[in-house]
Each structure stands twice: as structure tokens, then as C-alpha cells.
Write a new protein. Structure first.
Length: 394
């Protein structure tokens, strides 16, 4: 029997005939791409059209493909199955996994209640603001992704955590009254750089080569950038007082000095397609707050951000080498750029010992109904060596 929407809850994208089987029974599990369609129903059509004229840099068949010559890349792309075939096969696999997921969650009359395999509480998370929930949160995400995706809920309380990684088809739902609180133990993080490839731990919440992911709800993600680390100073204090930060700058000659002390970001999407961030409040990021890098089809709507006006480099959103990005109905109070559009650094500022960075412009960006109460407002660059174009601001 096909999955059916309740008559009173059928969303617009379902009425229009969208058939992806991960769209859930009674909205318990659904594709984030479908959620994006609620905000802009023709977004996927536009993205598909754009991808016909631009190689899909953000989702290569392998990391090495990014660095192939043009002819080798063209030959590799010709060998790939069509996108429609890939999508149909993926939908078949997801259909089977959804059946299993619904069975495990015990939804429906007559089913015994069993622990939700996508809920961090199932794996021992405690929302008391003190217990370290990193392992429980990551276990919930990994299990949910293995079942084909779904919603990882944070319903109430304060969930202290170190860095964790989202996976394909995962929606992080942070309800009003819930907070994801980043640990102040600075040893748990890695410094983030625009000129280097992603490393796990360089953001509190991140993705790595994922698709269909999102963060929604009325809750908060708090990086505690102004709170002292155990036995040390806060990120903000260290950034403002170079003699005290003990950072080995000589070991990182490629990090622009204008960025100040290298610190972790709050949320980073690396080479990720079909992203939705909606409704959440982002607070006290150690450095940049929300960073989509090398992504496609990004919707950011109805979010807010707050950081002290004196906090250095606490940009609210940094869009890096991404296309088809919509930012709307946001309210930001940052210590630096509120929205910055970037596209990378010249080789001089890239790590000479690492793989070269992909070269891609930031393009097809819409910013609408944005309120900036502090910070530097809207900026193009710096770090825009690969270009920024087709920008619509209203």
C-alpha cells in the first residue's frame, strides 16, 4: 500500500505529484529536498537546468574526479548512468528502508511503542547541559542514515556536545525549548580555513559530501564562543589577544592574517547538495557561523543569529563557491559580516601540502527580507578569486 498524506496535512509539493518515497507517513520522515520545495516549488527544476550547463562539481563520483583533466572528466561523466535512473533506483532502496523505519518507530494504531532509532535519547543522551552527548547524537544520525534517512529530534532541554557529522537524508529538528550546546573544550575542535578541504571537527555540526540534509525548528545552536575553556580563555578572548592565544601561526602560513586566530565554525556544509536551514537560532559561534562550501541548492529561511558586536570574524553566513542559494527572512546581529559571498583564495593562501582546492564561483544567489541589526552588513568577498555573479538582493 503506498504511503498516504493525511488530508489535512498534504503539503503543496505532495499535491503537485512529487513521488519520492522518503516523504513520510504523517510527516514523521521526509526528504529535505521536499521541504525546500515548500519555499520555492520550482527550485529543483532550476537546479536541474543549471546542472545541464555546469559540471556538478559539488558531488563528484570520487574526490579524484575533481582534479581530472577535462577530457578524462568528460569520459567519466559519459560512463555514468542517467540521473533519472539513479534517482529511481535510490527511491526503490529508500522505499524498503522506510518500511523498516516505520516498523521500528512503531507508528500507527496497534503497534507497540519502541525506541525511535533516530532519537539521541535512545542511545543515552541526557539533555541536562552537562552530560557529553557526542557519541549518542552521532549514533542516532548514523543509525537513521543507515535506515534510509529521517528526522533526528531534539525536543526539550540542553544537549551538550562536541563536533558531529550529518549524513545523507538526515533532518536535524531542534524544537523550541531545545538547545544544542557546543563544548568549550577547545581540544575537541580543529581550526577551519577557507583555503583547505574539509576536516572532521572543524565545525560543531558539519556534512561531508552529503545530499538532502537540513536543520529546522525553533531551537538554538549555541557555540559558547565567549565562555572560557577548561583552564583557559574563551575563543573570543583569544582572538582579541594574540599574545595569549599560543597558536603556532608559523605552521599555517597559508591562513590569511586578516582572518585572525583560526577557530572552528559553528555549522559547515561541505560539498553538499539540497540543504535546508529553517527557523533555528544560531548563537555565539567561535568564528564563522553558517558556511555552505561547494554546495548546490541551498535554502536558508527564517533563521536568526547573535554574537557580540565586538566578537571577531563571527560572520553570520559565508557562502563559499556554491550555486542556487536562497537566503530569506533572516535576522542577524553579528560581530563581522552578516552575509558574505566568497569563492576561494589564490594558491598563495592554500595549503601547499594538501590537495588543491576546487575552483568554482558563487552564483545564482538570492537574498531577500534580511534584517541586520549589527555587523558589517552584506559583503562580496573578500576571498573571491573564482568570481561571484548572478546575485539578486531585495
Amino acid at each position: 500500500m503506498p504511503l498516504q498524506w493525511p488530508a489535512t496535512q498534504t503539503p503543496e509539493f505532495a499535491q503537485q505529484g512529487t513521488t519520492s518515497t522518503i516523504y513520510a507517513l504523517r510527516m514523521k520522515t521526509f526528504s529535505v529536498a521536499g521541504l525546500a520545495a515548500l519555499f520555492e516549488p520550482d527550485r529543483h527544476a532550476k537546479t536541474a537546468a543549471a546542472q545541464q550547463v555546469r559540471p556538478r562539481l559539488s558531488r563528484p563520483t570520487s574526490k579524484e574526479e575533481l582534479f581530472m583533466g577535462t577530457e578524462r572528466r568528460a569520459e567519466a561523466l559519459e560512463r555514468l548512468p542517467s540521473k533519472d535512473l539513479v534517482r529511481r533506483e535510490a527511491d526503490k532502496r529508500r522505499a524498503l528502508r522506510v518500511v523498516l523505519l516505520l516498523a521500528l518507530t512503531g507508528s500507527g494504531v496497534g503497534h507497540a511503542a519502541v525506541p525511535n532509532p533516530c532519537d539521541p535519547l535512545t542511545y543515552g543522551a541526557v539533555a541536562d547541559g552537562v552530560t557529553d552527548n557526542t557519541v549518542a547524537i552521532q549514533k542516532a544520525i548514523d543509525t537513521c542514515a543507515a535506515l534510509g534517512g529521517g528526522t533526528v529530534p531534539f525536543d526539550q532541554g540542553v544537549f551538550l556536545t562536541g563536533p558531529f557529522t550529518l549524513k545523507d537524508d538526515i533532518l536535524l529538528r531542534i524544537a523550541a525549548g531545545a538547545t544544542i550546546l557546543g563544548t568549550t573544550d577547545q581540544s575537541r575542535y580543529l581550526p577551519a580555513y577557507i583555503g583547505t578541504r574539509y576536516r572532521a571537527g572543524e565545525a560543531l555540526i558539519s556534512t561531508d559530501n552529503a545530499t538532502d540534509v537540513g536543520i529546522i525548528g525553533g531551537g538554538t545552536i549555541d557555540g559558547q564562543g565567549d565562555v572560557d575553556s577548561p583552564g583557559g580563555h574563551s575563543w573570543y578572548y583569544l582572538a582579541s589577544n594574540p599574545p595569549f592565544n599560543n597558536f603556532p601561526y608559523a605552521s599555517y602560513p597559508f591562513a590569511p592574517s586578516s582572518n585572525g586566530l583560526p577557530r572552528p565554525w559553528l555549522v559547515e556544509f561541505w560539498m553538499t547538495d539540497h540543504i535546508v536551514v529553517q527557523g533555528v537560532h544560531l548563537a555565539r559561534s567561535p568564528m564563522w557561523t553558517l558556511v555552505p562550501r561547494y554546495g548546490t541548492d541551498v535554502t536558508i529561511v527564517g533563521i536568526s543569529d547573535s554574537a557580540p558586536s565586538t566578537s571577531r570574524n563571527t560572520d553570520a553566513i559565508d557562502v563559499v563557491s556554491s550555486d542556487h542559494v536562497t537566503i530569506s527572512s533572516v535576522n542577524f546581529a553579528s560581530g563581522d559580516d552578516d552575509v558574505a559571498l566568497k569563492s576561494g583564495l589564490p594558491p598563495l593562501y592554500q595549503d601547499p601540502n594538501a590537495l588543491p582546492m576546487p575552483q568554482a564561483a558563487t552564483q545564482h544567489v538570492t537574498v531577500a527580507n534580511a534584517v541586520f541589526t549589527s555587523g558589517h552588513g552584506m559583503s562580496i568577498g573578500s576571498e573571491a578569486i573564482n568570481g561571484v555573479h548572478d546575485i539578486d538582493i531585495s
